[in-house]
Design a protein around this ligand. Structure first.
Ligand code: ADE
Length: 877
């Protein structure tokens, strides 16, 4: 039992100095441990509503603190509490003035200011930068607000906020625990941005730091390194919802900003202490170039006005190339005495990232024990501790005072044991349920594995020997995980709808329910609405033809409907034939497997197109155009596809769709002439820009504003609305296929050329189709079903690209195979699917719109008309 207890204590200690989930003790407003003298205010209405009547759940005086007169929106009246010592404040509870049913005043919202020394005051903001917290809705119910981030402070001010002139009164409790670390500030180099190429995008700054930022260093404050939030093993994932990748870590790159192979940090404490150790929570994701530090040297300064002692404590870590877990590294500090410390952490790899630092000093017991060893959280003669109630509905619930440490520890251990047993039972139950649930669904008798060979991106297909068919249960060696059913795109069944339906009834039923017709649009599928489905002569892709499609100038071509004719002739093409000798080559814009795109001057094009035709921009007499040209040695299939693309483009006429101007098809090489878009494709355009700020202005960094991004999104929605109105399915909507002219007008295009430049965006099936799987809806990946609704899915991904400024590939942490497996999870919809994260730049309402585009069930996805209407109001015209 003792050993178990010891283990638990050690495990808890491993969480670091403070565990915010446990540090939720009432600090003494209600029970009087905070004295009347320590509760002050900017003003009071009467003697009977003085600050010391602001005690939670109490009814003395007139029942609350009320500031003088009516509170105006511009007022900064405050109630101030001196906690007597540095405290880790995690929760604030408020009530209004009830006064045995005679009061009705309360604060609907409030802000917090805090000070560690009573001189320098700082304003609290939540992790998304909002300083105002919602509070009470009536005079009696208490509202409990968790502070994210928590505040390390001695003095706290509650400042009621109002939108209208009104009377407010408040009663308050504060919750937290003593800040025994004693650290009052740390300084460090500012955290840095991790960026492609070679690395994913992550912002590794200290976003809650409350000190100053000077010459790229942080001074005089505390922040994420002391907020009790420990980063995950994968630094791109965060504990907080709706924040950016890397949020939990403060990180630096070796070789940057004069880091000289180490990062120097200074730590200042409230008083002189004897330090036993320092714990640094470090990331070790070596596959991304991140490792814990290789060594650290710490110097000590016994008093503020003294020099650094010459002799440092040096500690070398044992580097670990096998286990990528983030971990606490404990650095022994040999009981050295100091008021401040300076430590140099030496890089072991390109990146070093910390999420938490804590200090243990001799005269201080571990605060984690503090939560177990129940003494008063504040210096006080009493020893009552009231943990925070878990719900606002029961604010007065409290644990009875308990003086006996041993009994408490015993209780705690028993509870933990019970919890462990319950968790075990739940896990076991889940396991059994899943096995039962999955059993009838194991469908693959044979499985085709796909793996990328190491030296190239060629796909090697391996078909394990086909075991005898048995109606159920996979028997191939590849399927070893009973929990996981893999749906393989390359499975022969995938190519044969009838077989697939027999094998995967749930898939076809679901597809029938959620889309129109069946999983595959076979020629007999006619019951679809025009919005969702295509039939033979409407622009239409045969749903099973994805392995047959072969690009023209690029590697394949999705936007070209699979017309039933096998070869097109000149008479099918409505665009006019332009004399090719009048196309004067200027430069090459792009190149693909089957052809090239050139920038050309088109002499006399304006006269050629004639009156009434919307004319492209001119450069003097001549007009600049983009000329897409088929290679002379292209196959007849490629030639036919090229002509099909021309035929379709010549029918499209919309301000947000690239316009075909004319063609040269009477002789080889075949050419199509489109308007020239000076700013190239949207992916390239955005990836070379930052979001507009004073910094980008001051340093002349190419930038875009949020309003630009919204305008781009609306234009794409508008172009897609047009295509959808013609029942035209694009199949490859992505930023790489959107072009920008010099006025930032966007036009949707689909040049197979992009497949070369952005080849990693496509999943290649050897000798067959290439698929933009990261933009594809689950039903397109699993069923080969492409509809306007799957274009809507791709639109959601395109929005995501726009609001990440194309700095990252969608699902960049997943391999192609994992993306395909993830689409199986989207289909199963058991909460295991991985969604793209909310880009930090993206307004929450827009992210909700993206999420709706990724709805599993097709009817739940918005239409392009709906998307256009939802986005349009956001654009400042
Ligand atoms: N690249 C491919 N097509 C283009 C166009 N129309 N304008 C500019 N760049 C292009």
């Amino acid at each position: 039992m003792h050993l178990f207890l010891l283990l638990i204590l050690q495990a808890i200690a491993a969480f670091g100095q403070i565990d915010p989930t446990h540090c939720r003790y009432a600090l003494g407003m209600e029970d009087g441990r905070i004295k009347d003298d320590d509760i002050t205010a900017s003003s009071q209405w009467y003697e009977t509503t003085a600050p010391h009547y602001a005690r939670f759940n109490r009814e003395e005086g007139d029942g609350a603190w009320c500031p003088e007169g009516q509170l105006e929106p511009s007022d900064s009246q405050y109630l101030q509490v001196d906690l007597g010592r540095l405290t880790f404040l995690t929760v604030v509870g408020t009530q209004g003035r009830y006064a045995r049913n005679s009061g009705k005043e309360y604060a609907r919202a409030y802000r917090l200011n805090y000070s560690r020394d009573g001189l320098l005051w700082k304003s609290w903001r939540n992790r998304l930068g909002n300083p105002v917290m919602d509070a009470n809705k009536n005079a009696y119910t208490s509202v409990i607000n968790d502070l994210h981030p928590p505040i390390i402070t001695r003095y706290i001010r509650l400042i009621p906020v109002t939108k209208l002139s009104t009377t407010v009164c408040m009663r308050v409790e504060l919750y937290g625990c003593p800040w025994d670390d004693g650290l009052i500030s740390y300084s460090a180099p500012e955290g840095q941005l991790m960026m492609p190429p070679g690395y994913p995008s992550a912002s590794l700054n200290d976003s809650t730091y409350d000190g100053a930022h000077e010459r790229r260093r942080l001074f005089g404050g505390l922040g994420q390194l002391t907020d009790g939030v420990i980063g995950l093993d994968n630094f791109l994932l965060t504990r907080q919802y709706n924040v950016w990748p890397g949020y939990d870590y403060l990180g630096w790159r070796n070789d940057s900003l004069g880091t000289q192979g180490y990062v120097e940090m200074e730590f200042v404490f409230d008083r002189q202490r004897n330090f036993t150790s320092m714990k640094v929570h470090s990331n070790n994701m070596f596959s991304r170039g991140v490792k814990i530090f290789s060594s650290v040297s710490c110097w000590f300064k016994p008093r503020l006005i003294a020099g650094w002692e010459v002799e440092p404590v040096v500690f070398k870590t044992v580097l670990d190339d096998r286990n990528p877990s983030a971990r606490y590294v404990t650095v022994p500090l040999n009981r050295r005495t100091a008021k401040s410390l300076r430590c140099r952490f030496y890089f072991a790899d390109v990146w070093m990232m910390f999420s938490e630092i804590s200090f243990q000093s001799e005269d201080t017991i571990l605060p984690t024990q503090m939560t177990l060893v129940v003494t008063s959280p504040l210096a006080s003669e009493e020893s009552t501790v009231t943990p925070i109630p878990e719900t606002a509905a029961n604010p007065s619930a409290s644990v009875p005072p308990e003086g006996n440490t041993a009994i408490l520890i015993g209780c705690l251990v028993t509870i933990i044991l019970l919890l462990v047993i319950i968790i075990f039972l739940i896990l076991w139950c889940q396991y059994v349920c899943k096995v039962l649930e999955k059993a009838p669904r194991r469908i693959h008798d044979e499985e085709m594995t796909v793996r990328l060979s190491s030296c190239s991106d060629t796909i090697i297909l391996q078909t394990p020997p086909v075991p005898p068919r048995s109606g159920h249960g996979p028997s191939g060696p590849a399927n070893t995980d009973p929990h996981y059913e893999r749906v393989f795109l390359l499975d022969p069944q995938y190519q044969n709808p009838a077989m697939l339906r027999n094998k995967l009834p749930e898939l076809s039923q679901s597809a029938e329910a959620s889309a129109c017709g069946g999983g595959y649009a076979e020629p007999d599928v006619t019951q679809c609405t025009p919005h969702q489905c295509f039939h033979n002569n409407a622009p239409h892709y045969a749903e099973t033809d994805i392995v047959r499609l072969q690009g023209v100038t690029g590697s394949n071509m999705y936007a070209v409907p699979a017309l039933t004719v096998d070869s097109l002739t000149r008479k099918d093409i409505s665009a006019a034939e332009f004399p090719r000798q009048q196309l004067i080559f200027r430069e090459k814009l792009g190149e693909g497997q089957f052809g090239e795109v050139h920038l050309c001057e088109a002499e006399g094009l304006l006269e050629f197109l004639g009156e009434g035709s919307p004319l492209p921009d001119r450069d003097g007499h001549s007009v600049l155009v983009a000329v897409k040209q088929l290679r002379a040695d292209a196959t007849s299939q490629a030639r036919n596809d090229f002509l099909k693309e021309i035929k379709i483009m010549s029918r499209l006429n919309d301000p947000n769709i690239i316009r075909l101007l004319c063609v040269c098809v009477s002789s080889d090489p075949l050419c199509m002439v489109t308007e020239y878009m000076e700013n190239g494709d949207l992916n390239m355009f955005l990836s070379q820009r930052e979001i507009e700020s004073t910094l980008t202005h001051a340093n002349n960094i190419p930038s875009v504003s949020l309003s630009n991004l919204l305008h781009m999104s609306v234009q794409i929605a508008s172009g897609m609305k047009y295509l959808a109105s013609l029942n035209f399915v694009h199949r490859d909507l992505a930023t790489r296929n959107c072009l920008l002219d010099r006025r930032l007008t966007i036009k949707i295009a689909d040049f197979g050329m992009s497949r070369n430049l952005y080849s990693s965006d496509y999943y290649r099936i050897q000798g067959r189709a290439v698929l933009p799987i990261r933009w594809m809806a689950w039903e397109s990946i699993l069923l080969g079903k492409f509809t306007t609704a799957s274009d809507v899915w791709a639109f959601g991904v395109t929005l995501w690209e726009i609001f990440t400024l194309c700095k990252e590939q969608p699902y960049s942490l997943l391999s192609d195979e994992q993306v395909i497996e993830n689409s199986g999870e989207f289909f199963r919809n058991q909460g295991r699917q991985i969604f793209l994260y909310a880009p930090p730049l993206c307004p929450p309402s827009l992210f909700e719109l993206m999420m709706r585009c990724w709805s599993r069930d097709i009817p739940n996805r918005p239409s392009f008309e709906g998307l256009f209407q939802a986005l349009r109001p956001h654009v400042n015209q």
